[in-house]
Design a protein around this ligand. Structure first.
Ligand SMILES: Cc1cc2nc3c(=O)[nH]c(=O)nc-3n(C[C@H](O)[C@H](O)[C@H](O)COP(=O)(O)O)c2cc1C
Length: 254
């Protein structure tokens, strides 16, 4: 559990959310969580890192098999720089090819006039060099073929689903402790890069590196994150296509 002093450093108020007096603790941290890409480079106490790793251990998984493994990189700065180089190169490939005028719609959630400035950092890829400033870079690996059941689960997504749950657990715990996290999928997006990471870290073939999940001390709280669609934009009621109506818009007895 974080002490009050530790919690006082926690993430800034998210301005795009509606709050109520009765807000649940869990929902508070879910709303507070943001992708953070600017870190001070300072070291985090080992006890805090271990609390964050502990959260990963509690992810749900089919038959409790936890077909996920984590390589926790803290001291190997060369590896962090290597990952940052890959991330920057991939960002240049992903965002650098077309001018802002053609592709700015992709970042619709960043308001004017900031969008062009952020986009310049996306195109250059410098925005994604944050592994080198993180305290912990966790290479999250999933396996579709590792488990101790005699039956191969047909769903090839299981490993990724369990990884996602573990990552979210870590992300929320780190947020409550006042740290920032970034999900750097760019490092593993190209299979050739994933292979290089595999070689350097000795990851066996049945384990697939999915992401470099970065944790660090934030330069500043990120108060405003990309907004989300309202419930009506994501949910249907009872049948596909049948609009979900929020309580606030329902008639009495509805
Ligand atoms: C599967 C997945 C892949 C992502 N890939 C990257 C990435 O490669 N680099 C990065 O900086 N952020 C990445 N993100 C973070 C998203 O950009 C971010 O979650 C989204 O824009 C919403 O912002 P928020 O996390 O602040 O709410 C990824 C997130 C997920 C879940």
């Amino acid at each position: 559990m974080a002490s009050d002093a530790e919690k006082s450093e926690a993430a800034g108020e998210a301005l795009d959310t509606v709050r109520t007096d009765k807000e649940l603790e869990s929902l508070k941290w879910i709303r507070e969580r943001r992708s953070i890409r600017e870190f001070t480079g300072e070291r985090i106490p080992d006890e805090h890192i271990e609390l964050i790793l502990e959260a990963a251990r509690h992810a749900p998984s089919p038959e409790n098999m936890l077909m996920i493994r984590f390589v926790v990189i803290r001291d190997d700065q060369d590896m962090k720089v290597f990952l940052s180089d890959i991330a920057q190169e991939m960002a240049q490939t992903a965002f650098g090819g077309a001018p802002f005028e053609l592709t700015s719609g992709r970042n619709w959630f960043i308001g004017d006039p900031h969008r062009a400035a952020v986009y310049a950092r996306l195109r250059d890829g410098e925005l994604f060099r944050y592994p080198e400033k993180s305290d912990a870079v966790i290479i999250v690996c999933a396996s579709e073929s590792w488990h101790d059941a005699g039956y191969l689960y047909p769903n090839e997504l299981f490993g990724s689903v369990v990884s996602g749950m573990a990552i979210q657990n870590m992300w929320l715990t780190a947020t409550e402790l006042g740290y920032g996290c970034g999900y750097e999928a760019l490092v593993c997006s190209d299979p050739r890069h994933a292979e290089l990471i595999r070689d350097k870290l000795g990851i066996p073939p049945i384990w697939v590196p999915l992401t470099a999940f970065c944790i660090g001390k934030r330069i500043s709280p990120r108060a405003l994150g990309p907004s989300r669609p309202p419930l009506e934009g994501l949910m249907y009621a009872e049948r596909w296509g049948h609009p979900y109506k929020r309580l606030a818009f329902r008639e009495e007895g509805e």
